[in-house]
Write a protein that binds this ligand. Structure first.
Ligand SMILES: *Cc1c(COP(=O)(O)O)cnc(C)c1O
Length: 374
């Protein structure tokens, strides 16, 4: 028998979250962001649930090919554009839209021989200082692109650094509006945090929004708000089982470094999940976990293949916990339906849900609930 750990992708939750994004973004078109293999969920596994989006956005050309192979004929956007000249041939062949964020990408386009004029989105660096032309250089980049026979449509795009936090987006929206004023073409500004927090403003929604993390059921501004606050449902469950139970006396320790010492006699369970599965090693005693659907906590240091959990709250709730009991590391408990938000686990480990989703290890079997018939 394989190890009992497995991840489940909840297809109805993906559909629900996409509908929730549409509701927040009203009349805007929605790019479903599926970079990093759909934030670890698997492009093939999410495709059916997210194909109601208006387009898919990603960075990896091989992932774009996989989407075309699934039969997607609508828009696909390369969020970082091309990396080398021959990528443009694939853009022509697969009909990919691509971001243009630097002069070198314009040079490549100018040298590209194609029968198919390209649809590009010119990127403004409105303050993130990662990719894009500065406001001073934006219009000359646009004029250069506009003069190329290789290009027919030029849209406009920028990315927010603080849509989830107190600094907000006003300064970047202002820079975008002023740099793109009077230029033709569609506009796209908002990521998930901006969609949920700021998209009541038409200029933030613009023509397209780019939703990533919200589709997967995490709150981009946790811990200020929870996924439930935003009406989002978890799209991924990571679950395993207890493979051992230990009875501790007061003063007994648990795991490497004896990092947890029992203050009183207690029962702990050992779950088949460790950092080699993608569970964060930095998660400390107290990190929430569900055993048989009852909320309890991690104790001691996470090992490569195992972690220990406090069974006292489960037993106190009158729920049986022993060898084989279900352990939910994040997501939805199979029995009873209790939810452990991935955001809470990430927070306890000093990281964000994006990282946990993307770090799910290849050794963990993943299936959509439709495949499991759950
Ligand atoms: C990843 C990404 C997004 C999606 O961000 P979320 O916070 O996951 O919604 C949007 N735009 C760009 C340019 C991105 O790289």
């Amino acid at each position: 028998m394989p190890r009992p750990i497995h991840a489940t992708i909840h297809t109805a939750a993906l559909r629900h979250n996409l509908a929730r994004v549409r509701q927040a973004a009203q009349d805007a078109k929605v790019w479903a962001v599926v970079k990093a293999n759909a934030y670890g969920h698997g492009i093939e596994r999410v495709y059916d649930s997210l194909r109601a989006a208006d387009g898919f956005a990603l960075l990896d050309l091989a992932e774009a090919e996989r989407l075309r192979a699934l039969g997607w004929r609508g828009p696909i956007l390369l969020l970082e554009g091309v990396f080398e000249p021959r990528d443009l041939e694939l853009c022509s062949r697969l009909g990919l839209w691509h971001v243009v964020h630097c002069d070198e990408q314009i040079d490549m386009l100018a040298a590209h021989k194609t029968q198919q004029p390209h649809h590009v989105l010119l990127k403004l660096n409105s303050g993130m200082n990662r990719l894009g032309f500065t406001p001073q250089r934006y219009r000359s980049a646009w004029a250069r692109l506009n003069a190329l026979p290789q290009v027919d449509e030029i849209g406009h795009v920028t990315h927010f650094s603080d849509a989830d936090g107190p600094r907000g987006i006003a300064h970047q929206v202002e820079a975008f509006l002023s740099a793109t004023r009077d230029l033709p073409g569609e506009r796209s500004l908002a990521n998930s945090a901006a969609i949920l927090r700021h998209a009541s403003a038409a200029q933030v929604r613009a023509d397209w929004v780019r939703a990533g993390i919200a589709l997967y059921g995490s709150a981009p501004d946790h811990p200020e708000h929870s996924a439930a606050h935003w009406g989002l449902q978890p799209a991924m469950t990571l679950a395993t089982r207890l493979i051992a139970v230990q009875r501790l006396a007061a003063g007994d320790s648990v795991g490497y470094g004896s990092r947890f010492v029992a203050p009183a006699p207690m029962t702990i369970g050992v779950a088949a999940c460790g950092y080699a599965d993608g569970y964060p090693r930095h998660a400390d005693t107290g990190t929430p976990v569900l055993v048989a659907g009852v909320r309890t906590r991690l104790v001691g240091r996470v090992s490569m293949d195992m972690l220990a959990v406090d069974l006292e709250p489960v037993l106190a709730a009158g729920v049986h916990a022993g060898f084989g009991s279900e352990v939910t590391l994040w997501g939805r408990a199979a029995h009873g339906g209790a939810i452990l938000p991935i955001d809470e686990v990430a927070h306890a480990a000093g990281t964000i849900a994006y990282e946990l989703m993307c770090a799910l290890a290849p050794r963990v079997p993943v299936a959509a609930d439709t495949e499991r018939g759950a």
